[in-house]
Design a protein around this ligand. Structure first.
Ligand code: TYD
Length: 142
């Protein structure tokens, strides 16, 4: 596994046979954390932008198990990356303290999200200026 804190694409092995395909992901093996929560997002149309928050604690892996979407990740220091999620055997790893927008959902998109933490509304930062402020505070500690 790479640097734990790096935003990156993950490739999962596909287990296929004549009956069809299967992808298996296991916590601490294919996913760089123990999985405590899963949720999935579907029925969002192409105009919708979801996410628009950062998490102080949670890490995530996002997998479009059907259809496609994009995720834009911002580090609060001026850097951004866009990932296209369009294959069920790839995902994107998002560490804590990154801002994320999910958008461009296809009508058949099912976006599976694996999370390292149980849901806690208080660890979400939903204001971008507040996110930047907290990032800069962390950087200044170095
Ligand atoms: P929200 O975080 O806005 O979704 P997204 O990240 O896709 O934009 O969540 C939508 C609603 O669902 C919000 O009221 C919080 C609630 N929610 C939970 O109760 N538990 C969860 O695990 C998640 C992800 C959301």
């Amino acid at each position: 596994m790479n640097n734990h804190n790096e935003v990156r694409m993950l490739e999962f092995p596909e287990k296929g046979d004549k009956r069809g395909r299967m992808v298996v992901v296991e916590g601490m093996q294919d996913i760089p954390f123990e999985i405590k929560r899963i949720f999935y997002i579907y029925g969002s149309d192409s105009e919708v932008v979801r996410g628009q928050h950062a998490n102080r604690k949670s890490e995530f892996v996002l997998i479009n198990v059907a259809g496609k979407s994009k995720v834009k990740v911002l580090d609060g220091l001026g850097n951004e990356s866009i990932f296209c999620l369009n294959r069920p055997h790839t995902g994107v790893y998002l560490p804590n303290m990154v801002w994320k927008d999910m958008y461009d959902f296809s009508s058949d998109s099912v976006l599976l999200v694996l999370a390292s933490e149980h849901y806690d509304a208080d660890e979400y930062i939903r204001d971008y200026a507040e996110f930047e402020k907290e990032v800069i505070k962390t950087v200044k500690k170095w």
